[in-house]
Design a binder for this molecule. Structure first.
Ligand code: NAD
Length: 287
């Protein structure tokens, strides 16, 4: 069994990002990411802190805007508009989930698609679906680069994706389909998830339920990508896969933590650099 070591790969990619930001600085171009956090949900705060720290390590300026839980939708949209209009800001990220009184769809649609480094704007979602140049959502993008770096082929492979959210399962299915895989997407309504996983060469799970995927659900020699993040009562962080048992059957498997998580963060930085390059170097025009 080979461990798909996202942490080590992310460190290598971070070094490439640092080299790129150094090059940009030589051209007086400073990659800048705006991160908006509404409220104080502990998991969201932790994710935002990880993103801010990664920016610091990589020479990306991070403008973190922490807003109160009670902020109105109108006020939030105004802040996004200001970031859209600010030439210095290359990427805008709104940490999800948002409080219930704010309509997520309207907020995501308010972000300039050229600065949508999370790839959640319908413009980018559509382009990813069609297989054309776009900002890809960071988690599916991280999964794809992990597979690519370990030279795991996708063409003609059967892939089962468990979890069909707009940020994980659906875009991952598009990317895999466009890479030549045959993709099944399972979700809460799927009658027999095991039927799909047992017939898959590659199983990707992003649901948020510990031990959802156990050993009798995967075939010998499969590739298992665990996207789930769950905090157990004892404080331990685990994925959705019963790692102990499944790793005995899988040929390749991601650990949690240290698998898809770090790849998500570097993918966000790669998207930010892409936005910087397109806006400040290729276009070189004020917005
Ligand atoms: P979500 O709640 O939006 O979506 C969950 C999906 O799982 C839904 O499609 C739902 O139908 C499906 N589902 C629920 N129960 C199921 C079951 N018993 N069988 C099959 N499908 C079931 O969640 P999300 O935002 O997509 O996140 C999913 C998980 O991925 C969470 O654990 C989250 O923390 C994690 N996540 C990790 C990263 C990362 O960087 N590693 C990034 C984003 C999300």
């Amino acid at each position: 069994m080979t461990l798909l070591d996202g942490r080590s790969l992310a460190e290598i990619i971070e070094k490439q990002i640092i080299a790129q930001t150094d090059l940009f600085r030589g051209q007086k171009v400073v990659p800048t990411l705006a991160v908006i956090l509404v409220g104080e949900d502990p998991a969201s705060c932790a994710y935002v802190n990880m993103k801010v720290k990664a920016c610091e390590r990589c020479g990306v300026v991070c403008v973190a805007k922490k807003l109160p839980q009670e902020i109105t939708q109108e006020e939030l949209l105004k802040i996004i508009k200001n970031f859209n209009d600010d030439f210095e800001i290359d990427g805008i990220l709104v940490q999800l989930p948002l409080p219930k009184h704010i309509e997520t769809k309207s907020v995501l649609e308010a972000i300039d698609p050229q600065k949508d480094v999370d790839g959640f704007h319908p413009f980018n979602i559509g382009r990813v679906f069609a297989g054309i140049d776009a900002f890809k959502p960071a988690t599916p993008m991280g999964v794809m680069s992990l597979l690519e770096n370990y030279r795991i082929p996708l063409k003609g492979k059967n892939v089962a994706i468990i979890g069909a959210s707009n940020i994980v399962g659906k875009p991952l299915a598009s990317l895999m389909l466009n890479a030549g895989a045959t993709v099944s997407i399972c979700h809460i309504m799927t009658k027999d998830v095991g039927f799909f996983t047992r017939n898959a060469d590659i199983v990707c799970v992003g649901v948020g339920k510990p031990r959802l995927i156990c050993a009798d659900m995967v075939c010998e020699g499969s590739v298992v990508i665990d996207i789930g993040i769950n905090r157990l009562e004892n404080g331990k962080l685990v994925g959705d896969v019963d790692f102990e048992a499944v790793s005995k059957k899988a040929a390749f498997i991601t650990p949690v933590p240290g698998g898809v998580g770090p790849m998500t963060i570097v993918s966000l930085l790669q998207n930010t650099l892409l936005a910087t390059k397109k806006r400040k170097i290729e276009n070189n025009k004020k917005v």
